[in-house]
Ligand binder design. Structure first.
Ligand code: PEP
Length: 249
């Protein structure tokens, strides 16, 4: 049975004080038994978050990772640095990294590989833009994103991959894919994985949906058979909303 996972991507939000407040609030809510919960604060708040959540079942992920183990990469953070502060999961390929920071599939594959080599679990994001959906090219775009990245990995590596389907037109826009649209794409992705790797890997991989998930729509989206949870942006900045979403299975 694959894991159900809800991840809060805080993006470039919450400084030290705000993180302290948020962590206290998160710890005050009852934890869902049915899902694994993770938060992804900024690099500067990772150690603080790991320490604070130590005796809870809320895990801490990073939002990014460098492309090498060490060296002349100004501004980057290595896998060893993440592991050193107790972080064992990283988000790679978020559409903001792809679009604002021009990270392409080739570059993202380097990040995936360096993370996996250090035993860091990868939450890999993929999804089409609005123009791709309008031109009905969305399946082809997602298929190409998989072929250029995840399909270059070994069978064994796949146990450390979580996928997040995030249609770009639904991220931070208030517009959500319908539960049927999410299910249709998740089913498509799982079939591609089954054809490229095998059905066992496809059955075991968690595929999260991301794009304006809120307490009001989470239950419907998570009830789809191929949706194994969510990657939550805006709504993860409010502890009550985030925990409601995490309890929506
Ligand atoms: C995201 O950034 O991954 C995301 C899904 O954002 P939002 O929930 O705000 O649409």
């Amino acid at each position: 049975m694959r894991d159900r996972i809800v991840v809060g991507n805080w993006k470039m939000n919450k400084d030290f004080e705000e993180t302290e407040k948020m962590l206290t609030q998160l710890k005050s809510y009852s934890k869902p038994s049915g899902a694994k919960i993770m938060i992804a604060p900024s690099f500067t708040q990772l150690y603080q978050s790991v320490q604070s959540l130590k005796s809870t079942n809320i895990y801490v992920a990073a939002q990014n990772i460098g492309i090498a183990e060490s060296g002349a990469y100004t501004g980057e953070v290595s896998p060893k640095m993440l592991k050193g502060v107790g972080v064992n999961t990283v988000i790679i390929g978020h559409s903001e990294r792809r679009n604002i920071f021009q990270e392409n599939d080739n570059f993202l594959t380097k990040k995936i590989k360096i993370a996996l080599e250090s035993d860091i679990m990868v939450i890999f994001c993929l999804g089409e833009k609005l123009e791709d959906r309008i031109s009905k090219n969305h399946f082809e775009i997602v298929s190409q994103q998989l072929k250029k990245t995840i399909f270059n990995l070994s069978y064994k590596s796949m146990t450390n991959i979580i996928l997040a389907y995030e249609p770009v037109w639904a991220i931070g826009t208030g517009e959500t894919a319908t539960a049927a649209q999410a299910q249709e794409m998740h089913f498509y992705i799982r079939n591609l994985i089954s054809s490229h790797f095998n059905s066992k890997i496809a059955d075991n991989i968690s595929i999260l949906y991301g794009g304006s998930v809120k307490p009001e729509n989470a239950k419907e989206i998570f009830s789809e058979s191929d949706v194994d949870g969510g990657l939550i942006g805006g709504a993860s900045l409010n502890a009550e909303d985030f925990m409601k979403i995490a309890n929506s299975f």
